[in-house]
Write a protein that binds this ligand. Structure first.
Ligand SMILES: Nc1ncnc2c1ncn2[C@@H]1O[C@H](COP(=O)(O)OP(=O)(O)O)[C@@H](O)[C@H]1O
Ligand SMILES: C=C(OP(=O)(O)O)C(=O)O
Ligand SMILES: [Mn+2]
Length: 536
């Protein structure tokens, strides 16, 4: 039975090949989705009125199970070294099998928009098996007005059936879990995982494919804007602080994760945030904490106590606990998702080796070098006994979401930085006083103080030293910040151990960059770390 409500029947999901489903709910409201999710036993109400769901086996994304259809359109467009191909035949079989799997099921449809900029907006229909996924994606994307819904025409369709198990022999995938992107036809199929983040990052992947063709730079970054219309964007891999640091009471939040940069400035792709909830504290992150403890928010894998109060310190389900809420749950969020051309670019890294300074000024060439490198370090925190951090180089600070060659994104960014005279900084939100295991995480307070002076322009006037390992400029003292942390070597008890660790990290950068050397000019190659030391 199709409950078409506001809909022109020609745009029901029957037209997309679904037949004999038990029921389809179109664009249910938050309250209705709560009722559905709780009635069906998918989720629980928390003491604060949030909706809590547990995802089981998958508590994070499955990048190894993500595929892009390789056809005549995508063949020459995609960076195949980084994207796994799927044949159109395998995709079609997967599609048909998922449509068959949906028979007899209740489905939830949300018609939403990816992209706050009207010209670049991607109307997206998300068809889910789980009511709580429908609420998640409704919180995360842009919710069109009711009158827009009446004439909604999707350009992207996401079908997400967590109970569907893919068959590697039949569908050309790797495991029972699959995220298959047909970029030419605007269809994403998700099966075998209920981690909600796959939904939002699928929209991001499609926009990362579409926008460069229009000369628009898609970015894995958060963004906010100050009173003087001074926009800042914060690039960074997962866990580096995009969401945490973009929530700033003195600035208007544009978005916490994905933006485009076009002719008129930047625009959010989304209409909501997806914050990490592990160890969330009211003191360090008051806005996110408040947004997390209220009606409408979806909590993912957060443990509740016997009174259904969230315990943010409990990592027994995963380290990657999440809170998903609409943008307006942050008090000073933008209503439009639009902001002027950035004045400042921050590249965030969580360096678990404790080598990088808490902030460094980058030349445009160094910015390009670090953008293409995309360095952060993962800590093996969830595995017992493992204390060694692991370096990650994920180009454009988001390799799993980039269908095109990094040089395409790099060239777009390089031109934008030059055209708008943007100041670029590298910020280490990772370890200080030693590597992970010995040192401690950079205090959020210190990071915020350094960012404040970078964004208000005063930091540019500071005295700088040139870092002998990385060649970038590091401030010697900053008002309101403990001078000692500005020089990471001095925070280690053993200076030679620092030099040794720094040398290892420099080598990792150099080895990683080899694949980009033919794609950049000599000035960017010369921005590599270690060269300064060698020249001395
Ligand atoms: N100095 C710091 N700067 C930013 N985040 C920090 C810092 N120290 C600890 N954190 C924690 O690290 C995590 C950063 O995660 P988040 O902002 O969600 O990253 P992203 O959005 O880039 O994935 C949060 O849990 C935050 O509390
Ligand atoms: C949603 C995600 O992004 P981030 O951790 O950057 O917030 C994710 O990696 O699943
Ligand atoms: Mn985030």
């Amino acid at each position: 039975m199709e409950d078409l409500g506001l809909y022109n029947p020609s745009n029901g999901i029957a037209a997309a090949g679904f037949a004999d489903v038990e029921r389809v709910h179109y664009n249910l409201s938050e309250v209705e989705l709560y009722e559905e999710a709780i009635r069906r036993g998918e989720a629980d109400l928390t003491a604060d009125g949030a909706l809590r769901a547990i995802t089981g086996q998958h508590t994070g994304r499955s990048p190894k199970d993500k595929f892009v259809v390789r056809d005549a359109t995508t063949e020459s467009q995609i960076w195949w070294d980084n994207n796994k191909p799927m044949s159109p035949e395998d995709f079609e079989r997967l599609h048909q099998d998922m449509l068959a799997h949906a028979k007899g099921k209740t489905l939830y449809v949300q018609d939403l928009i990816g992209g706050a900029d009207e010209v670049n907006a991607l109307p997206t229909r998300v068809i889910t098996e789980l009511a709580w996924h429908a609420l998640f994606i409704r919180n995360l994307l842009i919710r069109p007005d009711r009158d827009v819904l009446k004439r909604f025409q999707q350009k992207l369709t996401i079908i997400n059936l967590p109970s569907f198990k893919a068959d590697p022999a039949r569908h050309g995938c790797r495991t029972e879990t699959v995220i298959a992107c047909d970029l030419a036809n605007g269809i994403v199929l998700i099966g075998g995982t209920s981690y909600a983040g796959e939904n939002k990052k699928s929209v991001f992947t499609v926009l990362n494919y579409l926008l460069p063709a229009k000369g628009v730079m898609p970015m894995h970054c958060s963004a906010n804007v100050g009173k003087d219309e001074d926009t800042a964007v914060f690039f960074g891999l997962s866990g580096t602080g995009k969401t945490t640091l973009s929530a700033d009471p003195s600035r208007t939040l544009i978005g916490d994760d994905e933006h485009g940069w076009g002719e008129n400035g930047i625009f959010n792709f989304e209409g909501g945030c997806y914050a990490k909830a592990i160890k969330l504290s009211a003191e360090a992150e008051p806005e996110i904490y408040a947004a997390t403890r209220r009606f409408g928010t979806v909590l993912e894998n957060v443990v509740l106590d016997e009174n259904r109060v969230p315990d943010f310190d409990d990592n027994s389900l995963t380290e990657n606990t999440r809170s998903a809420y609409p943008l307006h749950f942050i008090p000073n969020a933008s209503a439009t998702g639009l902001a002027p051309h950035p004045k400042t670019i921050i590249m965030l890294t969580a360096d678990a080796f404790g080598v990088m300074p808490p902030i460094a000024k980058l030349t445009p060439e160094q910015a390009m070098y670090h953008f293409l490198s995309g360095y952060t370090a993962k800590v093996a925190g969830t595995e017992k006994g493992v204390t060694e951090p692991e370096a990650t180089f994920s180009t454009c600070f988001g390799a799993p979401f980039m269908p095109r060659h990094p040089a395409e994104y790099g060239n777009l960014l390089k031109d934008l930085i030059a055209r708008h005279g943007v100041d670029c900084w590298l910020v280490n939100t990772g370890w200080t006083g030693g590597a992970y295991g010995t040192g401690r995480r950079m205090p959020i307070k210190a990071t915020r103080a350094l960012l404040a002076s970078a964004l208000n322009g005063s930091l540019k006037e500071a005295e700088f030293r040139i870092d002998t390992n990385f060649g970038f400029a590091v401030p010697v003292s900053v008002e309101g910040v403990d001078t000692a942390i500005l020089d990471p070597r001095s925070t280690w008890t053993d200076g030679l151990a620092y030099d040794n660790q720094a040398g290892k990290l420099v080598s990792m950068f150099i080895r990683n960059f080899e694949k980009f050397e033919d794609h950049v000019d000599s000035k960017v190659r010369d921005a590599a770390p270690g060269l300064l030391v060698a020249a001395q």
